[in-house]
Design a protein around this ligand. Structure first.
Ligand SMILES: C[S@@+](CC[C@H](N)C(=O)[O-])C[C@H]1O[C@@H](n2cnc3c(N)ncnc32)[C@H](O)[C@@H]1O
Length: 404
């Protein structure tokens, strides 16, 4: 399998392969479906090469919104594209990793080389390691395609062994390292960090032995796992968590960090120690939903203090206050009605207020938002957001932002 994939990848890098992928891209752009596209390509590049050319053209088209112009020359597979982080985030990580002046870095599990590229572009000489020969070939192809081959050495190796052998603050002779363990197996998310590849023990060994290191972890990582002195950062873009990072002790400057990455600026919220829970209080005129990076990083109470807000329930990450806020750390909703959660009463109330369409949000409730939104649909032209949650322990519906 790997031999076939390698042979195909090598062909894709030849002038004939380049022409085949360009042809596939043109067919895709014309809107050709799989059968038509493959049929034409078979006639032009042969049966063996038609599939790989089509797949690469498709992967590049999927990568373009995230990778921009690089996508047109990158070598990707559906798998490595799924594992790849966003290049702007890899660049941000590389910049912080190298800010202290390290001039060499190891990318421990390079896959198709997104981090390798970011590290090389940030000025480091990079040792890109992977045990998978297809990953190594992809990384080598990508650094060559982007003109970075002189800065990068792609090598076969077992990251577990390399990290176990790390000494003097270096791993494989490099003074800085990125580790991004594979957190999927058989197409499914692997929730247990001990079953990541490399496993959790390699993560902690790296953080212990190489102070200038950063590890990408699952956003759901239990806080108890974060080693003392290591900074944990949760990063969100557009209201969704995109990555969680553990920064080694040579880079760590705080206990937890929530970062909100926008097009032009990055906002950061930090705490040097656990700020503890926010106080709870009755529902006021506004409901505030903290950004998921704030919630995951355990910094809700900082935002609450800043807004003069309280939690609607000690166990639920919704905040409430009487005043609206322009804070970038929360999405805010004007509260129009608060009632015990009851489908019939909710329907009656929405009908009476002329609301025919709702968006349902929930926290701390087993309801299925889309199902409830359908059940609440009515003839009225108005719209609203219905938030189903717990308030002081009781299942509650908050009807917010009634409009129209
Ligand atoms: C999540 S991917 C890395 C993605 C990469 N940082 C990117 O943004 O494209 C993890 C990679 O680690 C490699 N890997 C997993 N366990 C390894 C081990 N013990 N030794 C070497 N490579 C390993 C996998 O083959 C895979 O390519």
């Amino acid at each position: 399998m790997a031999d076939d994939a390698l042979a195909q990848l090598r062909w894709l890098r030849t002038p004939e392969g380049t022409a085949g992928v360009a042809r596939a891209a043109a067919l895709l752009a014309e809107g050709a479906d799989l059968l038509t596209g493959l049929g034409r390509l078979r006639a032009e590049v042969g049966a063996d090469h038609a599939g790989p050319a089509w797949e690469l053209a498709r992967a590049r088209a999927r990568a373009r919104p995230v990778f921009g112009a690089d996508a047109d020359v990158l070598f990707l597979t559906a798998d490595t594209l799924e594992q790849a982080g966003r290049p702007e985030l890899s660049a941000r990580r590389a910049a912080r990793l190298l800010a202290g002046g390290q001039d060499s870095a190891a990318d421990l599990g390079c896959a198709s080389g997104t981090d390798t590229v970011a590290l090389a572009r940030a000025g480091a000489r990079v040792l890109a390691v992977d045990r998978d020969p297809v990953a190594r070939e992809l990384t080598a192809a990508n650094v060559a395609a982007l003109g970075l081959a002189d800065e990068v050495w792609v090598v076969a190796g077992d990251v577990v062994e390399l990290v176990a052998a790390a000494r003097g603050g270096e791993v494989a002779g490099c003074g800085a390292a990125v580790l991004d363990p594979a957190r999927r197996a058989g197409g499914r998310r692997q929730l247990d960090p001990d079953r990541w590849s490399p496993p959790w023990s390699t993560v902690t060994t790296l953080l212990d032995r190489v102070p200038v290191s950063v590890v990408k972890v699952a956003p759901g990582l239990d806080h108890d796992r974060v080693p003392a002195g290591v900074e944990a950062e949760w990063v969100s873009v557009g209201g969704s968590i995109v990555e969680a990072l553990l920064w080694g002790r040579g880079l760590s400057t705080t206990w937890r960090r929530a970062s909100l990455v926008g097009d032009d600026a990055v906002l950061e919220l930090t705490a040097d120690a656990d700020p503890g829970p926010a106080p709870s209080g009755p529902v006021g005129g506004w409901l505030h939903e903290p950004d998921p990076a704030v919630i995951r990083s355990g910094l809700v109470s900082l935002v609450a203090a800043d807004l003069g807000a309280t939690l609607v329930d000690p166990t639920i990450a919704y905040l409430t206050s009487d005043a609206p806020t322009g804070s970038p750390w929360v999405a805010s909703y004007r509260v129009d009605e608060v009632l015990p959660f009851n489908l019939k009463r909710l329907k009656t109330l929405l009908r009476a207020r002329g609301v025919g369409r709702v968006v349902v949000k929930k926290r701390g409730s087993a309801i299925e938002p889309e199902t409830l939104a359908r059940q609440l649909r009515g003839p009225g032209a108005g719209t609203a957001t219905v938030v189903v949650t717990k308030v002081a322990g009781a299942p509650t519906a908050l009807v917010c932002g009634v409009a129209g």
